[in-house]
Every structure is written in C-alpha cells, then in structure tokens.
Design a protein around this ligand. Structure first.
Ligand code: BGC
Length: 724
C-alpha cells in the first residue's frame, strides 16, 4: 500500500511556500509606519474619494483612487477554488484562461481532521488567486452545519465549533501567506438558505458564543484573517451587515479584528444601518439594479446618499475615515503597494494537494469485510449510478469552479484498473427533478451487478442539473433540500442492486447525509465521498481498492431521520414571519444526539479504517491552569493507517445545562502496523468553560470533569476523571 499521500505535497510545496517568504505583514514597514502612511493618505483624499472606496465599483471590485495610486480591491469566490471571471458587470468573460484547481469542498476538508491539509488547501487557493490578480478570496465558509437541509452545508466545514476553529486557522494562514486576503464568511448564524436575505435568526448569546462564533474568533485571533463577510440574515432582529453589537463590539472590539468587514452581495438594506454598524465595504447592491438594466455604483447605500448625510452633518466623517483606514490597512498587508509574490496556476503540485486532501477526506462509514476490493480478484466490475460519471465543480452557486479537469469516479476506476478489468457502467437512474424510480434502468443495473466480480454504486446528492447556477437544486446556494431522502428513485435502485449482488459497495456523493433506512442494514459497505474535488475519482478508486487506507472522519452527525436532528426536533424551520427560532440553542449536532440519547445513523467523528487501533494508558494531570492528557494509540492491524484521537470533555456537574460532552482536542496520528504513539495534549481553561450569559463571560466551574479519548463521539475508548 502506498504511504499517505499528504506527506508528498508537503515536501513538494514547502520549499516554494517558504521561498515566497510572504507573511501576513507585507513589507518591511512597521505597523506604526503603516498607520502613519494611512493618515497621510487619508489627509489627501476628498470625501467623494473616500466614499468611492467603501462600496463596489463593479460586480467583484471595490473602488480605488487613481489620482493617489490607490488601486481597486479585486475579489473572487470562493471557498474551494478561484471562480471563473465575471467581467465588471456579471457577464461571464469568455475566452480567458480562468479554469482552476478544484479542491475538495469544505465538508471534505474538515473530514480530514488534518490541520496541515487546511494550510495546504489555503496555500493552493492563495497562490492561484495571486496568479489571477485577485486580492481577496471569498472563503472560508464558516457557518455551523446545523440542519441537514441547508443547501450550502457542502461549502462549510462542520457542526462542531472546535473542529471549525482548528481547520480554519491553517486555511486562512495558507491563503494569506501568499499575499492574498482570506474572507471568513458568513458572519453569522446563516445556517439555512431559505429566504436567507430576510430571515431573522433568534439565537441566545450563549449559543452565539459557544457554537457560532468560535470559528470566526479563531480566524481573527489565530489566523489573522484580513476580511470578514457580513451575512444576509438578521440576528435577533438586526441585519448582520447592520449589527453594531456583533461587528463593532464583538468582532472589532473583543476579538481585535483589524481588517475590513465586507457585506455579502446585496446584504446591505439601509445607509444608516450599514454606516454606523462597522460595515466597511458594501458589495452586490448592483444585483437588484441589473434587472432594470441601469447599474449605477454611486446609488449604493454607502454611495451618494452618504455624501449627502456627511454633508448635512447627520454622519460624522470620522466614521468614513475609519472604514477607509481599515481598507488601506488590508491593502498594505496584501501587497497592494509593493510586490506580491506572483502565485502559480494549475500546477501539478496544486493537483497533488487536491488529491492528498481527497485521500484523507473520504469516510468509510460501514464495512463488513467487503472492502478493500482486491485487484487480483476482480476481472469484471459493474459501476452503477449517475454520480459515477457526473462532474460537480461547475455548479452549486457562487462556489462554482471551472475545473481545470475533474476525474469522475468511473474515470478514477478506469485509471486505476486499466484494461485488465472489464468495467461496465449503468446509470440506474435519471437526474430529473420529478424523476422517480426508472424500472428499466434499475433492471439493467441489477443485471450488471449480478454478473460482475465486484459492484460499486455511486449516487447521492447533486448540485444541479446543469452548470447554470440558478439550477442548483439539492446541494445549492439559495435553496435548501426539501428533505433528507435520496432523490431520483435511488432507494429503490440501491435495494435492487443489493438484492442482485449483496456485496455491492454503496458510495454516496454530496455535502451531507441522506436517509439510509431503506437499505442501510442490507449494505455491507458504505462510503461517504463528498464532492472530493478534481482528483476525487482517483482518490475514491484508491480507497476502494486499498491503495490508500481511509482515514476520514465525519465532521457532522449523520442522523437516521431528519426529525432526529436537534435543529428539527427542538427548533423549527422559519415560520411565516421568517423567524428562525434557534431553540435548539447549544444543542447542535452531537451535542443534541448525545445529551438527548438519540442514536444517530453514523456519529460525529466516525470513520473506519482498513486497520485497527488500540487506545491505552490514558492519563490526565492538572497543574495550575492546565490539564495534561496523555494517551497511547497503537496500530494493531496489518496495514499502515491513520487514527484521529478525539478528546471530549464532560462536566459531571454544572450550574447550567451542558451538553453531555464536547470536543476539545484532537490529533491525527499516522502509524505503521504494530507501531504505537503516545500523544500529549494540553487542555486549557477554555476546554472546561461555558459562556455565562449573566456574567457575560466564560466560566470554568470547579468540580469533576471526565476526559474521554475516542475514535468517534460514540466510540469512546478510554475515560479518566480530573478535578478542575
Ligand atoms: C454568497 C457569498 C458569495 C457572494 C459573491 C453571495 O450570494 O452568499 O458567499 O461570496 O455571493 O458571489
């Protein structure tokens, strides 16, 4: 078996990344010198010029001041690849070289539980953005995965705030070390797409602090992110882009964010709301103007109206100066006034990173001795299911990527097996909105699998029917899924192929779970393949045939039924007044399943391997304000593999209701057969704390805490207690 591929690109890329030598600070100027220079630039600018800088100047640029040599800021989506060009006015530029490296999507990245891969992911994005002349890449997407229905879950990372925070830091640093700004989005609590521009998310301060904010806090304080995107939705009655408390007090005040807040596209709803709240750049307000055929950037909320309001004294000019200062600060940090490293585009190294992430992202959910398939024993292979030949990069909404290439699952299998194996393909279902089971296609598929040495079904969700981004049903921006049921009659197809060949491997593509009850117990092996990027098909083939040992772990709970998830059991979908009452509060994901004793289909953190790992010798020791945790893990099987040691903390007795356990640390270890490793993890006070809404601060109450070391949130191998 091949060694884990993640090591290869690290070696390949580290040299070139280091050579760029481009850290967050752009030039040799000290922060004080930069601020002094900004003072002098501001003093030379007219009010009109300042106002031009705080709103869009085209679909993806904000204004510059040519007279003073201040360029426009150029932005591009999105979280997992640099998007195609739009031209200045949303008209797709044809004939330009704008295909790019298509990385695995957010949920796939998070499934690696590998922070180094987060950095490599960001580095590829940053280098490609730099090469394409982009200043800001509009990612990472940090919204918490709360409901399986959210159409955009695939762009986000996880249901867990700790995993979110850990994965985002590498991503942001990776992008920004290339001299390009990352953008932490969508701030905040944008967990459904349904009427996203108008919904009012009612959420407690505690849930904001414990669940929704930690990813953003880490992006700011540990990643040093240069920009944040204010979401569409209201939070507790106030639009996110007008939210003085969340933008000024929390983000800029408490967290010390020094960069610029950009609105989501068309998220600003009033001049006074935005100007007073700490929003720095208004984007996308041209979208409603497009329909009228009359786009005028001075008509943005923070355009001419603001000029009048400053003129008549209703708005202080210092408020505008502060926004411009932040924009200029970002510009200094991303080399707008000196030389940015040139970046690179569609290189073999970038493709190797896409492959390495896909290798570690694919999750083996279930395996009753069917996987890995043995190449020596397979002369005929039946591949079934329309996702085996479907490409996904070009759809899904603003995250769409014009992939340089995209290897489908069928192509990956053909690449691996060559002409030695007779590979047949039957689609099994048609991708049609109202399409139910197609009996003729089902019969073809059942016949194909019954006569083959091995059979693989590849189905699941899709982004849309075409690459038109308004046609993105299911895993899609602007839309949520109608339910968790597999579309296009796939349940019936799976049942038929499992009956015809009980060893058929079930592979599910998509951004999240499906209801598997119709066939889960009959399937011997189930694989979650996500949207695994341009190399996804090759990675999948390697996993299925054992050239790569799976090590992905679910970054979200897979419920058996939709009603089992906390967002649906405890809270409701937006009501007719467009209010989303987050009465599930802090009980998001496994925090709900564990605390309310609901059995999931597959637990948060779950993911099997072709080898086995033994946990032993858990030791916990408190000294001063830290608890040191040590645990030994041994590869007890016969294949090299990786295990993620997950540390959960349980407060045995608290003055407030707390989730049964919460992830507070993890480490991925790579072990040869028979090899063991002792991992040492330090838990600080934050690992024991909850957010006290009365005191408005974090509190670690004295008492006994259990420290659980597990292979998933439901597969706890060792527990020890410690007195805090
Ligand atoms: C999305 C953002 C995206 C922006 C620009 C909005 O519709 O919510 O995530 O960055 O469009 O394409």
């Amino acid at each position: 078996m091949r060694i884990f591929r993640s090591l290869i690109p690290i070696l390949l890329l580290s040299g070139s990344f280091l050579m760029t030598g481009c850290q967050n600070s752009p030039s040799s100027m000290s922060p004080e010198a930069v601020e002094a220079r900004i003072d002098s630039m501001l003093s030379e600018m007219t009010l009109e010029e300042k106002i031009d800088m705080i709103h869009a100047s085209s679909s993806f640029t904000s204004g510059g001041v040519e007279r003073l040599g201040i360029p426009e800021l150029v932005m591009s989506d999105g979280p997992h690849g640099v998007r195609h060009e739009h031209g200045r006015d949303w008209v797709k530029d044809e004939g330009v070289a704008d295909s790019s490296t298509y990385l695995p999507v957010g949920t796939a990245l998070a499934s690696t539980w590998n922070e180094d891969l987060g950095y490599q992911f960001g580095s590829v994005l940053g280098r490609e953005a730099a090469f394409r002349g982009k200043d800001i890449i509009l990612g990472p997407g940090l919204n918490i995965i709360r409901s399986p229905l959210n159409g955009r879950n695939f762009e986000y990372l996880t249901e867990d705030p700790f995993l979110n925070a850990r994965m985002v830091v590498g991503y942001v640093r990776g992008v920004q070390d290339q001299g390009v700004a990352a953008n932490a989005k969508h701030y905040i609590a944008n967990t459904l797409e349904y009427d996203r521009e108008y919904v009012d998310v009612q959420v407690s301060e505690r849930a904001l602090r414990e669940i929704y904010l930690p990813g953003f806090k880490a992006a700011v304080q540990e990643g040093g992110v240069h920009t944040v995107m204010a979401a569409y939705n209201k939070v507790n009655g106030v639009y996110s882009a007008h939210h003085q408390y969340l933008l000024d007090d929390v983000l800029k005040g408490e967290y010390g964010f020094e960069g610029a807040v950009i609105s989501d596209w068309n998220a600003v709803k009033s001049t006074m709301g935005a100007v007073q709240a700490g929003l720095d750049i208004e984007m996308g307000s041209d979208l409603p103007m497009l329909a009228t055929g009359n786009v005028d950037y001075s008509k943005f909320f923070m355009g001419d109206t603001l000029l009048t309001l400053v003129g008549d004294g209703s708005v202080e000019e210092s408020l505008i100066d502060e926004k411009v200062r932040r924009i200029l600060r970002v510009m200094h940090r991303i080399h707008k006034f000196d030389e940015r490293p040139p970046g690179a585009y569609n290189t073999a190294e970038h493709q190797a990173v896409a492959r390495a992430i896909a290798d570690e992202a694919i999750v083996l959910l279930k395996n009753e001795d069917t996987l890995p398939l043995q190449q020596s024993e397979v002369t005929s292979l039946a591949v079934v299911g329309a996702n085996a030949t479907r490409k996904h990069a070009g759809a899904g909404g603003s995250s769409q990527v014009k992939a340089f290439y995209e290897i489908t699952p069928l192509e990956g299998l053909q690449n691996l097996l060559g002409s030695n194996v007779d590979i047949s393909f039957s689609p099994g279902y048609e991708i049609e909105r109202e399409g139910g089971p197609d009996q003729a296609l089902i019969q073809d598929a059942a016949e194909a699998v019954s006569g083959a040495d091995a059979a693989i079904f590849v189905g699941g969700w899709i982004h849309g029917y075409s690459d038109d981004w308004n046609d993105n049903a299911y895993d899609a921006e602007v839309l949520d899924k109608p339910d968790m049921n597999l579309p296009f009659g796939q349940d019936e197809l799976i049942k038929a192929v499992l009956e015809a060949n009980p060893n058929t491997v079930i592979v599910l593509v998509g951004g999240g779970p499906v209801d598997m009850r119709a066939w889960q117990h009959d399937a011997k092996s189930i694989v979650q393949a996500w949207y695994a990027g341009m190399e996804g098909g090759n990675a999948l083939a390697d996993i299925l045939f054992g050239n790569v040992n799976p090590s992905g772990k679910l970054p979200m709970t897979f419920p058996e039924r939709l009603e089992d998830s906390g967002a649906h059991a405890l809270a409701s979908y937006p009501d007719e007044n467009l209010v989303i009452d987050k009465t599930d509060d802090i009980y998001v994901g496994y925090r709900y399943f564990d605390s309310f004793n609901i059995e999931p289909a597959f637990a948060f953190g779950h993911g099997l391997s072709y080898t086995t790992f033994d946990f032993s010798d858990l030791r916990v020791e408190k000294q001063d304000d830290e608890v040191t945790v040590q645990v030994t893990v041994m590869n007890t099987g016969s294949m090299e593999g990786a295990e993620v040691i997950q540390i959960y903390v349980e407060d045995k007795e608290a003055s407030v209701a707390r989730p049964t356990k919460e992830l507070k640390a993890f480490e991925k270890v790579f072990l040869a057969p028979g090899e063991s490793s002792t991992v040492t993890i330090v838990l600080e006070e934050s690992a024991f704390s909850f957010f006290d809404e009365n005191a408005m601060s974090w509190v670690a109450e004295p008492g006994v805490f259990s420290i659980h070391a597990g292979s998933s949130s439901r597969d706890i191998r060792q527990t020890a207690n410690v007195e805090w």
